[in-house]
Design a protein around this ligand. Structure first.
Ligand SMILES: Cc1cc2nc3c(=O)[nH]c(=O)nc-3n(C[C@H](O)[C@H](O)[C@H](O)COP(=O)(O)O)c2cc1C
Length: 192
């Protein structure tokens, strides 16, 4: 097995709660994003962008989301609001991956969204390749209009994920994976 194959075959997310310091510094973040954007992009329109949440901004974003959560149904338990305040402080760096629909002569909306998924996966791989670990999370803030506006999204933009990045504080544990044979069929032309 080649080293790159072995790397891809064994990569695992690490839960955000186990992503410690240090996170990527400015140079490492630039390297992460450079690889993240090296994805197939049919229209060459870059239908994605990033919002970085670091340092004190993590707590401020959590406070804002806690206030919003308090207004949403069902009424939250007090512990839930505490968890909201700490939502982004679990990891040193949170990268909000934004999918943006760009009018394109070539790419369909579906293809632009798929390209954003590729960015997310490349970001996870790049983080691991630089010795960090990552966790792709969404949860209600990704789908809440108020939260979208709070993060500065505009019409046609959606949150594809909050990619938490940091240094793993626990070793990865393997999880269930599907049997490849259950996912594969072979097409054959109809008989007759
Ligand atoms: C789009 C997307 C959103 C996700 N959102 C969450 C989430 O909000 N909470 C969660 O516990 N896991 C979420 N996950 C799953 C985590 O990323 C999970 O840790 C991951 O599937 C582990 O697989 P891996 O070790 O192969 O990376 C999400 C996954 C995807 C693809």
């Amino acid at each position: 097995m080649t080293a790159p194959y072995e790397f891809l075959a064994t990569r695992r997310s690490i839960p955000a709660a186990f992503l410690g310091e240090p996170g990527p510094d400015a140079a490492a973040l630039e390297r992460l994003l450079r690889v993240a954007t090296r994805v197939p992009d049919h229209g060459k329109e870059a239908p994605w962008r990033f919002i970085i949440i670091e340092g004190d901004a993590r707590r401020a974003a959590g406070e804002a989301l806690a206030a919003r959560r308090a207004e949403r149904a069902p009424p939250p338990h007090p512990q839930e609001l505490d968890a909201e305040r700490e939502r982004f402080t679990r990891a040193p760096t949170v990268i909000v991956l934004v999918s943006r629909l760009v009018p394109s002569e070539w790419a369909t909306e579906w293809e632009e969204i798929l390209s954003t998924g590729a960015v997310a996966m490349n970001l996870l791989n790049a983080a691991h390749a630089l010795g960090f670990a990552a966790n792709w999370l969404t949860d209600w803030p990704a789908y809440d209009d108020w939260a979208r506006t709070m993060f500065g999204l505009v019409e046609g933009e959606r949150i594809a994920g909050f990619i938490h990045v940091g240094t793993p504080r626990v070793p990865p544990r393997e999880r269930w994976r599907p049997e490849i044979a259950t996912l594969v069929t072979r097409w054959a032309p109809p008989v007759g």
